[in-house]
Design a protein around this ligand. Structure first.
Ligand code: NAD
Length: 327
């Protein structure tokens, strides 16, 4: 019998890639319900799975922010049985907090938080009844640690961590496994799709010059980060596949170890001050640290736009015990 997998947000990126990968599995182990908010965008998916067996893929409309759409999608699933639920739909919001409109923030929470909760609510009763199931979440390094100018996005992703960690405690009794896949930057259209508060140009005008300067530095860092350390979707999909196929996948699974030195600071320095210092340096003084350490990030050579990304551990060891205020 096939493993039934339902995935949200399949019109692009990780969701699209995962749907294609599972639907074209050589042994036809999976039946995939690839869902997307806007069915007009299904062409890309259809093109990628061309020639794949009709019994392995079905495309459904599903807007995770719409309870009616959720209920309708759940109705269309055969016997309403989903073995693996992949909550992948998500959007980003980037910009100084003062420039984030209430509407933009609400949209992020509607999709990332309430959308994820609603999707889980729709399929959890069936999993509990059958005493079997997996819930897999496209989570983020930004769900475990704060990232400057991504405060609202991180807040939404932190929320999902709290949700899933809480659920996991109960669900083990029902043989339902919750797994957060912690992704670093991935080469998808996520950056292009995320909302930027400065998209309209005028948004930053009322902002103080210091924040404006920091934001422009951050944007460079972000660009370097995606250029130098972003993972290919295929690499990330491997981690999803492992979670889907493992009998007892863990609560968290990391696609990359790159940010681990920063992530660990939460445990080794629980008061948070080390993390704040290290992250500040990682983002805002990358060039200096590299020069001091005589190290260069992979691929940083030949980049015309300033220094590449430094290894996070440089900032962790350097900053330990340091009490000076960031300049
Ligand atoms: P993406 O923008 O290609 O994919 C996000 C998908 O979610 C899109 O297909 C979009 O249409 C869909 N979506 C948005 N609102 C929706 C709604 N209301 N209902 C249904 N679908 C909706 O980017 P991606 O990188 O593939 O992102 C997938 C997930 O991975 C997101 O949750 C994102 O937060 C997470 N993630 C991405 C990165 C990265 O760098 N790409 C890093 C960490 C985590």
């Amino acid at each position: 019998e096939k493993t039934v997998v339902l995935i949200t947000g399949c019109s692009s990126g990780i969701g699209l890639g995962l749907a294609v990968r599972l639907a074209s599995d050589a042994s036809r182990r999976f039946k995939v319900y690839a869902t997307m908010r806007n069915l007009a965008k299904k062409e890309r998916l259809l093109e990628c799975v061309r020639g794949c067996h009709a019994s392995t893929l079905e495309i459904l409309q599903l807007d995770v922010t719409d309870p009616l759409s959720l209920a309708a999608a759940a109705q269309q699933v055969q016997e309403q049985r989903v073995d693996v639920l992949v909550c992948n739909a998500g959007v980003g919001l980037m910009g100084p907090l003062e420039t984030c409109s209430f509407q933009a923030m609400k949209t992020i929470f509607d999709v990332n938080v309430f959308g994820t909760i609603g999707t889980i609510q729709a399929f959890l009763p069936g999993m509990k009844r059958r005493k079997a199931g997996k819930i897999i979440i496209s989570s983020s390094v930004g769900a475990l640690q704060g990232i400057p100018f991504n405060a609202v996005y991180c807040a939404s992703k932190f929320a999902v961590e709290g949700l899933c960690e809480s659920l996991a405690v109960i669900l083990q009794q029902f043989n339902v496994h919750v797994t957060l896949i912690e992704c670093g930057p991935v080469n998808t259209s996520f950056l292009a799709n995320l909302q930027r508060t400065d998209a309209e140009g005028s948004a930053l005008q009322g902002l103080d010059p210091q924040t404006r300067a920091l934001y422009s530095q951050y944007l460079q860092h972000c660009q370097s980060l995606f250029r130098d350390v972003a993972q290919d979707t295929e690499e990330v999909l491997q981690v999803f596949l492992e979670a889907i196929c493992a009998p007892c996948p863990p609560l968290r699974s990391f696609t990359t170890q790159f940010f681990m030195p920063l992530t660990r600071l939460k445990l080794t320095s629980p008061d948070g001050s080390e993390y704040v210092r290290a992250m500040h340096k990682f983002v805002f003084s990358a060039g200096e640290a590299q020069a001091a350490a005589g190290e260069f990030a992979p691929c940083s050579s030949g980049s015309p736009e300033g220094a590449g990304v430094s290894q996070p551990h440089l900032f962790v060891s350097e900053t330990r015990g340091c009490c000076t205020r960031a300049a």
